[in-house]
Design a binder for this molecule. Structure first.
Ligand SMILES: *Cc1c(COP(=O)(O)O)cnc(C)c1O
Length: 369
C-alpha cells in the first residue's frame, strides 16, 4: 500500500490542488442531442456534397503518423491573405481563440496583476484569469444600450493599471460594437496590452486589424469558430512580432492538429461559400430581430453578431427558457448571470427554418400554451 492510499482522495485533493482550482466550476456545456441548437453561436450551414468530397480528398493525404507542421505555415499564409493582414503584423495560431486568451493571461500573470474588461462580456476572460492567477476588474456597461462607459473605464485604467484589457468587438452576449473613439481612447490610456476580440468579425463589418501597426500594445483575436468551423478549434492572434514572440513561448508544441490545419486551409480556399453563409445569417438576423420586436412582451437588442439578445417580461426568463427547452429549442438563459442581464435570453441565428421554429415555440410559451 502506498503512502497516498492511506489518505482519502478528498484529503489529498485539499492538500495538493490549488485553492483557485478547487473554487472553480468546469465549463458547462448542456447536452443538445435532439434539440434545435441555438445556444452556442454556431453557423447552422453545412457544405455541398461536392465540397465535402473535395475536402475528404485533402484529408486522405494527411500524414497521421507524423506530428503536424509546428508553425502551421500553409494555413498561416492562407489566413494572412484571407484576412488582409497588413505588413508588420504577425499571426499566432491557437486551439480556438480560448487558447490564445489563456496564453495572454499566463504571460502577464503574477501577484498584483490585473485584467480589466467591461461587464457583461465573454465569460472565458474571467474563468481563465482565475486559474492563471490574474485578478479581474469589471466595469459595467451602460445600462440602456450596453455601450462602454468611457469615463468609468478610463478611471478604472488609472486606478488599477491593468496588465491586460479585453474588449470583445462586437461584444458577447450583448451583440453590439463599441464606439471606435472610445476604444482608441482606451488603447491610448492603457499601461499594458489591449486585446480586441473580434470573434464575430464576419458579421460586424468593422475591425481593428488595420490599427495594430498604429499601436505598441494592441493584439486582435479572430476565430474560425463563428464562421462555420467551430469543430476545428482554430483561432488566431494578430499583433506586432515582439508581443507574439513572447506569447508563442506559452503555446504547446503542435497545438493545431494536422486535420484542423488541412481543413481550415481548405475552407479558407472556399471564401465565397463562407461569405454567402455569413450574408444569409446577417440577413436572417435582421428578420429575426424584427419578428421579436413584433412580440409585445419581448425587447430585442440590435446585433452586429450572429446572435440576438432579448429581454422578456420581468421574472419570466427562467420559465420561457424551460418552455422552449420542453419544445426542443435550446437557447441561452442569461438571467441571473449579471445584473445588467436580468430577464435576458440569447438566441443564435440559425437557418430560416430553425429561426421560425424558435419563434413559434416562443409565441406558444408566451401565450402559456
Ligand atoms: C465564441 C467566442 C470566443 C471563442 O472562440 P473559440 O475560437 O471557439 O475559442 C472568443 N471570444 C468571444 C467573444 C466569443 O464569443
Amino acid at each position: 500500500m502506498s503512502k497516498a492510499d492511506k489518505i482519502s482522495e478528498a484529503e489529498l485533493i485539499a492538500r495538493w490542488v490549488r485553492p483557485q482550482i478547487r473554487a472553480l466550476n468546469a465549463y458547462h456545456v448542456p447536452p443538445a442531442k435532439g434539440f434545435i441548437k441555438l445556444d452556442a453561436m454556431e453557423n447552422p450551414y453545412t457544405w455541398p456534397e461536392s465540397t465535402v468530397d473535395a475536402w475528404l480528398d485533402v484529408l486522405r493525404g494527411a500524414d497521421l503518423n507524423r506530428y503536424p507542421d509546428a508553425s502551421a505555415h500553409a494555413l498561416t499564409t492562407r489566413m494572412r491573405k484571407a484576412m488582409d493582414v497588413p505588413d508588420g503584423v504577425e499571426l499566432l495560431l491557437g486551439n480556438g481563440s480560448d487558447e490564445l486568451i489563456q496564453m495572454i493571461l499566463l504571460a502577464v500573470a503574477g501577484p498584483g496583476r490585473k485584467a480589466l474588461f467591461p461587464t457583461p462580456t465573454f465569460s472565458m476572460y474571467h474563468i481563465i484569469a482565475q486559474y492563471a492567477g490574474v485578478e479581474c476588474v469589471g466595469v459595467p456597461l451602460r445600462a440602456d444600450d450596453f455601450g462602454l462607459d468611457v469615463a468609468a473605464f478610463l478611471r478604472a485604467i488609472d486606478e488599477h493599471a491593468p496588465a491586460v484589457i479585453f474588449l470583445a468587438y462586437p461584444n458577447n452576449p450583448t451583440g453590439n460594437l463599441f464606439d471606435r473613439n472610445a476604444i482608441d481612447a482606451i488603447i491610448a490610456r492603457a499601461p499594458g496590452m489591449v486585446v480586441l476580440d473580434e470573434a464575430y468579425h464576419a458579421f460586424a463589418g468593422d475591425s481593428f486589424v488595420g490599427d495594430v501597426v498604429r499601436y505598441n500594445n494592441l493584439v486582435v483575436l479572430r476565430t474560425l469558430s463563428k464562421m462555420g468551423l467551430a469543430g476545428l478549434r482554430v483561432g488566431v492572434a494578430l499583433g506586432k512580432p515582439a508581443w507574439l514572440h513572447e506569447l508563442n513561448k506559452l503555446r504547446l508544441p503542435y497545438n493545431i492538429n494536422v486535420l484542423s490545419q488541412l481543413s481550415a486551409e481548405f475552407a479558407l480556399g472556399h471564401q465565397t461559400m463562407l461569405d454567402t453563409q455569413t450574408a444569409h445569417i446577417c440577413r436572417d438576423r435582421e428578420q429575426l430581430i424584427e419578428q421579436l420586436r413584433a412580440l409585445s412582451s419581448v425587447t430585442p437588442y440590435p446585433s452586429q453578431a450572429n446572435f440576438v439578445l432579448f429581454r422578456v417580461a420581468s421574472g419570466r426568463a427562467d420559465e420561457i427558457f424551460a418552455g422552449l427547452k420542453a419544445r426542443r429549442v435550446l437557447i441561452k438563459n442569461l438571467h441571473g448571470s449579471h445584473p445588467q442581464l436580468a430577464d435576458c435570453l440569447r438566441v443564435t441565428v440559425g437557418t430560416p427554418d430553425e429561426n421560425q421554429a424558435f419563434l413559434e415555440a416562443l409565441k406558444a410559451v408566451l401565450a402559456g400554451k
